[in-house]
Design a binder for this molecule. Structure first.
Ligand SMILES: *[C@@H]1O[C@H](CO)[C@@H](O)[C@H](O)[C@H]1NC(C)=O
Ligand SMILES: *[C@@H]1O[C@H](CO)[C@@H](O)[C@H](O)[C@H]1NC(C)=O
Ligand SMILES: *[C@@H]1O[C@H](CO)[C@@H](O)[C@H](O)[C@H]1NC(C)=O
Ligand SMILES: *[C@@H]1O[C@H](CO)[C@@H](O)[C@H](O)[C@H]1NC(C)=O
Ligand SMILES: *[C@@H]1O[C@H](CO)[C@@H](O)[C@H](O)[C@H]1NC(C)=O
Ligand SMILES: *[C@@H]1O[C@H](CO)[C@@H](O)[C@H](O)[C@H]1NC(C)=O
Ligand SMILES: *[C@@H]1O[C@H](CO)[C@@H](O)[C@H](O)[C@H]1NC(C)=O
Ligand SMILES: *[C@@H]1O[C@H](CO)[C@@H](O)[C@H](O)[C@H]1NC(C)=O
Ligand SMILES: *[C@@H]1O[C@H](CO)[C@@H](O)[C@H](O)[C@H]1NC(C)=O
Ligand SMILES: *[C@@H]1O[C@H](CO)[C@@H](O)[C@H](O)[C@H]1NC(C)=O
Ligand SMILES: *[C@@H]1O[C@H](CO)[C@@H](O)[C@H](O)[C@H]1NC(C)=O
Length: 793
């Protein structure tokens, strides 16, 4: 009897506690858990409008909060949004020791809410807030304090915090835009990964105070007003929308930074189960195409049926047809600029109305339309010119970041595009300079032997004759005159030889084997002394200086340079209009091949050695020759590797042939894009510091083993190597530049510091090559470099 009574009591107790739970279904007790497949998969708010739990994400599941019935459109919060989805075996658990954990395997778990205190219970609030409480019913964590891309009525975005858009409706990972509640009181929309500066902003409340910090938070109140409020005294500073509706319990408000970068405010009214209604109340910016970087590099945004779409600029194609926001790349090579500005082929100009962009131009002046067009056409650096309504002609290089088509803009753009049929090669640049090739012995070695012997006999005969003349007849000056004529096969440096055209034609087997094409002309492989000595013969095209005399004088200057890090000039040929140079043959190709193309990435010590060798070579050109030689075209393609992988600089001294007066400015002749110092564009004098700049860019390439411009990267900020490097340098995360390599930190930092000093926009700030060598050798300390572009902006 007694036992029956106890059982009844127990049952009663059990029943009562069960009803208690039903009265407060939103209280989540310790020990409760959810699984993605077994019911329940989520915890509901008391009214059932909001749910917290697992939702389907791709093939797996993620944890988040959403409005019931509209999970796809109203996921208001996602836990650890950038983590991959979890499998169906995962478990979400409020553990007995008061932690909210997501377990994927029995041993593997990750906190959803990181709190030091342990929770006593949790609740899904009817406002859309998931809250953890402690023993004293105090809130110790809530999802409203960690917004992702959404603010709900009653939620705030505090100073210094930001909303980040999602990738898409179905993928809630961090997307491409951010809404920043700045400390200065301004609420601003930016593309992600841009600095907090106005050129990158595409919408702002302009509520900043220049003189003091304003304690402003963004707040969406429960009646749908978006406010900037002073948190210290709760005064409203600005009301962004004009919505001040009466309080209605069946209407919820939701502000979201959409995946296309638009900030939108919605109302959701719940009128019973079948009549829920979603209304768009307010959105900013009004023009969907003003969202910066909605379209990727080299593409522009235009409205098609009120929807923004991306199109490629003339002369470019989408990098990825399936992902048009990744931008476009050129579909032709600039044939007309490859040969230092004087080529027979010339580009077409495609005009386009109503274009606009905010990318800063490198050149700006008032001009007429025709002049603007012409000016760009004649300027090798100009990829596009924009003539605005006030007649400013702004010349620009690609890539363009923020282009858009705006029917209101009274501007006209002139795009330079390639000629039909001049198509870009698909796999990067395949125009190698001097790739290593197999040695082929010349077939008619006997003929060559004869010729060479004959040549040698002739040569010695002439030499004899000359010395005879010298001995018997002529005074010193006359001797010089003969030497200067250069056609007698003698020079001050016995090592430097003058060849006849025929001789070289034979040595190269009729210019049969082309090693590559440089900025001055093609290079052919040849051999002398019955194939014993392999040579590289460069046939110069487009030399301004017609005079044989000056050419030979120049050759002797180059011939006098002897340094182990310079490619040796063995001889030359100046016959009529023909100009050829004979160099020692470099069997291991160029530094560009080694860095960018080979399977074997040179190890760190080798890279440091190469960097130092090149620096010593340039130092010799700048300071140890009779007159400084400015190279003007330092780049990895012009650094060649000999049999022992010693780095040697080639093509030095040649720039002078194309520009007689090196100390002044000149147009038409340029270095190579990407390695050119800013003074090329600024009409300021070219000096040895120009080479220092190019060296700096190349040094960063050597450090990172990647090109200075790389379009096929994951993030747009990685395109330009120098700014990417500076960003990581500033953030003290250099190891990210050399991913997966074990490099001594100090050594890496030193090389990067030297590189950043060399690429300062202001030539005076760049160190001399002597200083560079000393820094690389560790003889002098290296100060922390400023931002390379700081001096010019
Ligand atoms: C979501 O997008 C990110 C970034 O684009 C991507 O890494 C991730 O794989 C995507 N997730 C799913 C489930 O598709
Ligand atoms: C309307 O919202 C309620 C939550 O308040 C939800 O249970 C219901 O499924 C929704 N109805 C529709 C048609 O989405
Ligand atoms: C989400 O919104 C789109 C348009 O904004 C609508 O077509 C779609 O039906 C919505 N999905 C749900 C589940 O309500
Ligand atoms: C929970 O929601 C109610 C209204 O739905 C609100 O008044 C209350 O402040 C919310 N509590 C928290 C901690 O957000
Ligand atoms: C922008 O400013 C916010 C604070 O207002 C800061 O947290 C954030 O790191 C800044 N972002 C950049 C890229 O400077
Ligand atoms: C929300 O803000 C508006 C505008 O300041 C105000 O009129 C309204 O009373 C506010 N609502 C609540 C519930 O405080
Ligand atoms: C915000 O509140 C603080 C503290 O009350 C006050 O000193 C400050 O002047 C207020 N700022 C504005 C812009 O009203
Ligand atoms: C609240 O809004 C609903 C739907 O818009 C409406 O039917 C209802 O009358 C409103 N209630 C009040 C008190 O205004
Ligand atoms: C390059 O792309 C444009 C379209 O953007 C196209 O009109 C042009 O014909 C293409 N040029 C070449 C050489 O493929
Ligand atoms: C631009 O200039 C070139 C050469 O002067 C000319 O052929 C072309 O028609 C001009 N284009 C426009 C749009 O003015
Ligand atoms: C360069 O072109 C040749 C054929 O012309 C091809 O075999 C080779 O793979 C190309 N190299 C690269 C790096 O694209």
């Amino acid at each position: 009897m007694a036992s029956k009574y106890t059982l009844f009591l127990l049952l009663l107790l059990h029943f009562r506690s069960a009803t208690c739970d039903q009265e407060q279904p939103n209280i989540i007790k310790l020990g409760f858990s959810l699984s993605p497949t077994n019911h329940p998969t989520s915890w509901l708010s008391p009214s059932g409008r909001f749910a917290f739990g697992f939702y389907q994400n791709g093939n797996g599941f993620s944890v988040g909060i959403w409005m019931m019935g509209e999970i796809e459109n109203t996921t208001t919060w996602t836990a650890n949004r950038d983590d991959p989805p979890v499998p169906s075996t995962a478990k979400l658990e409020l553990t007995m020791d008061g932690k909210l954990l997501l377990r994927t395997e029995s041993k593997n778990s990750k906190p959803i809410a990181s709190v030091r205190e342990s929770a006593s219970y949790a609740a899904m609030n009817d406002s859309g807030n998931f809250i953890l409480y402690n023993r004293d019913h105090r809130v110790i964590w809530d999802s409203f304090s960690f917004p992702t891309d959404t603010l709900m009525g009653g939620q705030s975005l505090s100073r210094g915090a930001a909303l980040f858009s999602s990738v898409s409706k179905s993928n809630r990972s961090t997307g491409r835009f951010r809404l920043e509640m700045q400390y200065d009181g301004n609420l601003v929309l930016y593309p992600i990964h841009t600095p907090n500066i106005s050129v990158d902003a595409y919408w702002a409340t302009d509520t900043s105070d220049r003189w003091s910090k304003k304690n402003l938070d963004l707040h969406l109140n429960s009646t749908g007003a978006l406010l900037l409020i002073n948190i210290t005294d709760s005064t409203v500073d600005v009301t962004l929308n004009d919505g001040s509706l009466a309080f209605n319990n069946s209407i919820m408000y939701r502000a979201v930074l959409d995946s296309n970068g638009i900030l939108q405010l919605y109302s959701h009214s719940f009128n019973g189960f079948y009549e829920n209604k979603t209304t768009l109340l307010w959105s900013k910016p009004d023009n969907k195409c003003s969202v910066k970087s909605f379209c990727g590099f080299n593409s522009y945004c235009t409205l098609d049926d009120d929807q923004p779409v991306c199109r490629c600029l003339p002369g470019t194609d989408f990098i990825d047809m399936d992902e048009k926001s990744h931008g476009c790349e050129r579909n032709f090579t600039e044939e007309w600029c490859k040969d230092a500005g004087r080529s027979t082929s010339s580009p077409n100009i495609v005009p386009m109305e109503n274009m606009d962009w905010d990318d800063p131009p490198y050149f700006q002046a008032e001009m007429q339309e025709d002049d603007c067009n012409k000016s760009c056409l004649e300027d090798c650096d100009c990829d596009v010119a924009l003539l605005d309504s006030e007649g400013h002609c702004m010349k620009q290089k690609l890539p363009l970041k923020y282009a858009r088509r705006d029917p209101q803009a009274l501007s006209k753009a002139f795009f330079k595009v390639g000629l039909e049929g001049v198509k870009k090669k698909q796999t990067g640049d395949n125009t190698s300079q001097e790739p290593p090739t197999v040695i082929i012995r010349t077939k008619d070695a006997t003929v060559l032997l004869l010729v060479v012997t004959l040549g040698l006999v002739m040569w010695s005969f002439i030499a004899l004759a000359i010395s005879g003349l010298f001995a018997f007849k002529l005074r010193f000056l006359e001797y010089r005159r003969l030497l200067d004529r250069g056609d007698i096969g003698l020079s001050e440096e016995l090592a430097l030889r003058s060849f006849s055209y025929k001789e070289l034609k034979r040595a190269t087997n009729g210019f049969k084997e082309e090693l590559g094409k440089g900025s001055f002309g093609a290079v052919y492989k040849g051999s002398l002394s019955r194939g014993k000595r392999i040579i590289a013969v460069k046939r110069l095209e487009k030399v301004i200086n017609e005079g044989e005399r000056e050419f030979c004088a120049e050759m002797r200057v180059i011939g006098r340079t002897h340094h182990k890090n310079l490619v040796r000039l063995l001889g030359y040929c100046a016959e009529g209009t023909k100009r050829l140079l004979v160099y020692e043959f470099m069997s291991n190709g160029s530094l560009a091949d080694l860095l960018f193309r080979s399977q074997r990435r040179p190890d760190w010590n080798e890279r440091v050695r190469i960097a130092l060798e090149i620096a010593k070579g340039i130092l010799y050109l700048h300071e140890e020759c009779d007159a400084p030689i400015i190279h003007c075209d330092i780049k990895p393609q012009n650094i060649l590797m000999d049999d022992f992988w010693t780095a040697k600089i080639s093509d030095f001294g040649l720039a002078k042939l194309l520009m007689p007066d090196q100390t002044r400015t000149f147009t038409g002749v340029r270095g190579t894009r990407g390695y050119m110092a800013p003074e090329w564009q600024k009409n300021t004098p070219i000096s040895v510091k120009t080479d220092v700049y190019s060296y700096g860019i190349m040094l960063l390439e050597i450090v990172c083993c990647r090109r200075s411009m790389e379009v096929n990267v994951q993030r747009p900020e990685e395109i330009v190597l120098s700014s990417w490097v500076y960003k990581h340098f500033e953030a003290r995360e250099l190891e990210k530049l050399v991913w997966g390599e074990e490099i001594e930190k100090k050594s890496l930092e030193n090389l990067i510091k030297v590189g950043l000093w060399c690429i300062q926009d202001e030539p005076a700030l760049r160190p001399s090559m002597k200083c560079v060598v000393m820094m690389l050798e560790g003889i002098t300390d290296i100060a922390v470099p400023p931002c390379p572009t700081a001096a010019s902006s």
